[in-house]
Design a protein around this ligand. Sequence first.
Ligand SMILES: O=C(O)[C@H](O)[C@@H](O)[C@H](O)[C@H](O)COP(=O)(O)O
Length: 256
Amino acid sequence: MTNERRVLIHKDAEALTASLAARFLTKTLDLLDEYDRVNVVLEGGRVGIAVLESINASAARDSVDWSRVHFWWSDERFVPAGHEDRNDVKAYSALLDHLTIPAENIHPMPASDAGLDLDAAAVAYAEELARFADGDSNLPRFDITFLGVGPDGHTASLFPGFTEVLDKDHTVLPVRNSPKPPSERLTLTRTAINTSRRVWVELAGAEKASPLGLALAGASYADVPIAGVKGRRRTVFFVDEAAASEVPEDLIAQSY
Ligand SMILES: O=C(O)[C@H](O)[C@@H](O)[C@H](O)[C@H](O)COP(=O)(O)O
């Protein structure tokens, strides 16, 4: 398999989430055969949370030794801990609260009531990532990074036309005036995301067809941030038929 971007099409969002959950569990088991620790980056979109719910419902869930899995986030809303808008709150409810996993394996991004302002929170998460870095990197080895896509082509909290999309000097950045509320966020940078071994992009619905089609047809990531993501080994777009309607034929690797 090359490192070229692949598109896997599923009949609908339900088939997509079930298939992606199964693939995640299988891949995580394989990775645990290869590494002492596996690092997974989560996102907060509807499909992303539905995939976590599907993982939680799987009979294979507890085949994974979660004590050797660490969870990180691609982005987070800068609101108080426990706020319903937080991506980590949704992930805990969907999966993490149900796992036998040490609390220190889960690395939420700072909340707005943790005593740090937005800029300091970005620095703090960059330092947390560096504490778990792999080799001479300043990041852990991200084995699987999940990403969602907005109708405007944003991914994580990297939005079209925002300077954060072009940053090459940081791993984590603060975001203000987000077009998708809440307005203040923290995000991994594109360069940090692209250190991932595997980037799994999960999107469903007709409103995602345009950004997906533009990204795969070569749009600039300044205008369509999802166009700029590429894993070191694999970049797979897991989509439903509604989101696939504008995907170039030659990029459709397989239909379910
Ligand atoms: O914090 C966020 O808002 C998410 O990280 C964001 O990047 C999300 O993944 C996309 O907006 C897709 O969200 P939906 O899948 O819910 O459309």
